[in-house]
Design a protein around this ligand. Structure first.
Ligand code: CP
Ligand code: NVA
Length: 303
């Protein structure tokens, strides 16, 4: 039997993505009480910090009947140089799935290649697919299940979040406008593949991206691992702060999303993140539901 992974959004078909989002909504409403992970263990490897990913995966595994192991790279031999491929083969003898948050996407691919259990991407420098799934669930809660009628704006760095948004637009066909400063482009290959569909637009003008958008979305300017570039990035991202005034140029129904953690006064104002259009707490909650749906599919044989 083929092992299913969730390393990037296109690892699921369009229908599988929609079914996963539907299952996540049913889980949130309390309509799904099965325990597809009963007796199963998820290993969670972290080489970067986390609040939401760590807690939501651990709690979610428990709610599905399973058990989660938190493995910080500070404590396991991986952090002392044991190869990923060895770690993959050893962990596969003990556990039923591995979630990893790390730097290099290649390490994730190596884990999936050498391991024999499902691997889930809990963030790499390139991608953050579980977050975008939670964001899509939040969008559906606000605007209904037909994502193709929704205009999404991304304002900020062409980072792991932006790349996963592009993958989502490519798979699901909604309009995505990305505004980033020159020099902060998203991954060229991911962008090229999606551009062929005609629904992904890029600009260096945040106002052009936000005008008429239903979803206004941003992230920190310096991601984990880029802390030493913070001062330069703060200069390069001038004009990229999502303010109340910028939100007003969105559509009448516009909502604000941010994967968190947020830097108030940098990429977003206090007024926007705490304001009536903000859905960031629902978005954070949805990490739990959508990751449960992803685990049920890849580890629990559901769907
Ligand atoms: N959004 C997100 O992934 O949060 P954490 O870094 O806290 O996991
Ligand atoms: N782009 C951010 C997302 C954090 C959840 C980072 O990689 O640090």
């Amino acid at each position: 039997m083929t092992v299913r992974h969730f390393l990037q959004i296109p690892d699921f078909s369009r229908q599988e993505l929609l079914d996963t989002l539907d299952l996540a909504a049913r889980m949130k409403r309390g309509e799904y009480t099965d325990q597809p992970l009963a007796g199963k263990t998820l290993a969670m490897i972290f080489t970067k910090s986390s609040t939401r990913t760590r807690v939501s995966f651990e709690v979610g595994t428990r709610q599905l009947g399973g058990h989660a192991l938190f493995l910080s790279s500070r404590d396991i031999q991986l952090g002392r140089g044991e190869p990923i491929r060895d770690t993959a083969r050893v962990l596969s003898r003990y556990v039923d799935g591995i979630m990893i948050r790390t730097f290099d996407q290649q390490d994730l691919v190596e884990l999936a290649t050498y391991g024999s259990v499902p691997v889930i991407n809990g963030l790499t420098d390139l991608l953050h697919p579980c977050q975008i799934m939670a964001d899509l669930q939040t969008i559906i809660e606000n605007f209904g299940p037909d994502l193709r009628g929704v205009k999404v704006a991304w304002v900020g760095d062409g980072n792991n979040m932006a790349n996963s948004w592009i993958n989502a637009a490519y798979m699901l066909g909604f309009e995505l406008r990305l505004a980033y400063p020159a020099g902060y482009e998203p991954n060229a290959e991911i962008l090229e593949r999606a551009r062929a569909g005609g629904n992904v637009i890029t600009t260096h003008d945040p106002r052009e991206a936000v005008a008429g958008a239903d979803v206004v979305n941003t992230d920190v300017w310096a991601s984990m691992g880029q802390e030493e570039e913070s001062a330069k990035r703060a200069r390069d991202f001038q004009g990229y702060c999502i303010s109340e005034e910028m939100m007003e140029t969105g559509s009448e129904r516009a909502i604000f999303l941010h994967c968190l953690p947020a830097h108030r006064g940098e990429e977003v104002t206090e007024g926007v993140i705490e304001g009536p259009r903000s859905r960031v707490w629902d978005e954070a909650e949805n990490r739990l539901h959508v990751q449960k749906a992803i685990m049920a599919r890849v580890m629990g044989g559901v769907g």
